[in-house]
Design a binder for this molecule. Structure first.
Ligand SMILES: Cc1ncc(COP(=O)(O)O)c(C=O)c1O
Length: 361
């Protein structure tokens, strides 16, 4: 009976499959020691300044959070924008959905990369509009292909840069070519969840596009390098008018007061960001070296995770890794059935992953 009551497009929906939590794996498999390299979290943990802010904020949790004005001011100040250019989300994930709800009618189309982050497609499906998934090229977004897929119905194009799960990025040159003669009323969303990890010089500084008045929305998050994934806070940057429409449907109090306080304090700690980036850079090279000795291939990554092609069904190997207490992410959800995605962890975690993988292969 209930099925008849559900919106028709929801009947086709598959729930998002997150990385397995450590506690669940410990309990389920009776393991004492489990490491999680499955959700691109930062194992160094948050800035001490954020922890301090959280402790201080605890006494005030009886109050509703404010609308995030202080955090917006701080983000805007750092980026040379106005607070009216900033919207806060319960993770950048919520903002993906808010973009869908704000702009998409059923007759609209969105364009995504077929191996792009899956939540864009889900936002399109949620709004019951057409989702055009353009195959990637060498695990990268094929921007020329995405542009060629534009139709009069195209309203939003989503670009994850760097992309999850491939770890690849598109360059400023590619992006600028992409914008050349693109219809200006198409919204281009740059999801830059891993922005702070990128060191490549040809990575596009999309903020300049926004400052030039291009029709872009930039998404960033405190979940990745700032290591606040459990608190759920991300932000969107766009023209003030774009933000004002998104604000109309943002749930009130979507970012709790502790998350706001921790995020604000994190922005004052450049050291934590530097340290986290340095760990990833160093460990990524070590992982590359070790992976090169195994019968697998990997996709060079601009960020804190690596997509590895095991050249065999990845689901089985992932289960075996799990049974040994190493949680990684099999990529069947993306149609990459022979691939796993592994977050770059602490040195000992990476070593354990390699040793366990070697055994299973
Ligand atoms: C590309 C990308 N965008 C957005 C998100 C969502 O991050 P959050 O909602 O924690 O900000 C993720 C998380 O894995 C991601 O990989």
């Amino acid at each position: 009976m209930i099925e008849k009551l559900v919106r028709k497009n929801i009947l086709k929906f598959q729930a998002y499959i997150p990385g397995k939590p450590i506690a669940e794996v410990k309990r389920g498999l009776g393991l004492k020691s489990v490491i999680k390299l499955a959700s691109n979290e930062n194992p160094l943990g948050p800035s001490p300044k954020a922890i301090q802010a959280l402790k201080k904020g605890l006494n005030n949790v009886f109050l509703y959070p404010d609308s995030g004005m202080l955090l917006k001011y701080k983000i805007a100040g750092k980026l040379d924008l106005r607070p009216s250019n900033v919207i806060l989300g319960n993770g950048s994930d919520e903002l993906i959905e808010i973009i869908g709800k704000t702009f998409l009618n059923p007759e609209d189309e969105i364009i995504v990369s077929a191996d792009g982050f899956i939540r864009y497609k889900m936002a399109g499906d949620l709004m019951n509009c057409r989702v055009i998934a353009v195959p990637g090229k060498d695990y990268k977004h094929d921007l020329a292909g995405m542009k060629a897929a534009v139709t009069p119905q195209t309203k939003i194009i989503f670009i994850a840069n760097p992309n999850n799960p491939t770890g690849t990025y598109v360059t400023s040159r590619e992006v600028e070519e992409f914008f050349h003669e693109l219809r200006p009323d198409i919204i281009v969303v740059f999801d830059e969840a891993y922005y702070e990890y990128v060191i490549q010089k040809d990575y596009p500084q999309t903020l300049t596009y926004l400052q030039q008045g291009w029709n872009v929305i930039i998404l960033r998050t405190f979940s990745k390098i700032y290591a606040l994934a459990g608190l759920r806070v991300g932000y969107g940057l766009a023209g003030a008018e774009t933000i004002s429409y998104m604000e109309r449907i943002r749930p009130p109090f979507n970012v709790n007061s502790l998350a706001q306080a921790a995020a604000e304090a994190s922005l004052d700690d450049r050291q934590q960001v530097k340290k986290s980036r340095a760990l990833v850079e160093k460990e990524r090279e070590i992982l590359y070296r070790e992976l090169a000795k195994l019968p697998v291939t990997y996709i060079p990554s601009a960020t804190n995770f690596i997509l590895i092609d095991l050249k065999r069904e990845a689901g089985e190997i992932s289960k075996k890794l799990l049974a040994s207490g190493v949680i990684v992410r099999p990529m069947g959800e993306y149609g990459l059935t022979t691939c796993i995605r592994v977050t770059i962890g602490l040195p000992a975690e990476n070593k354990r992953f390699i040793t366990t993988l070697k055994k299973q292969l």
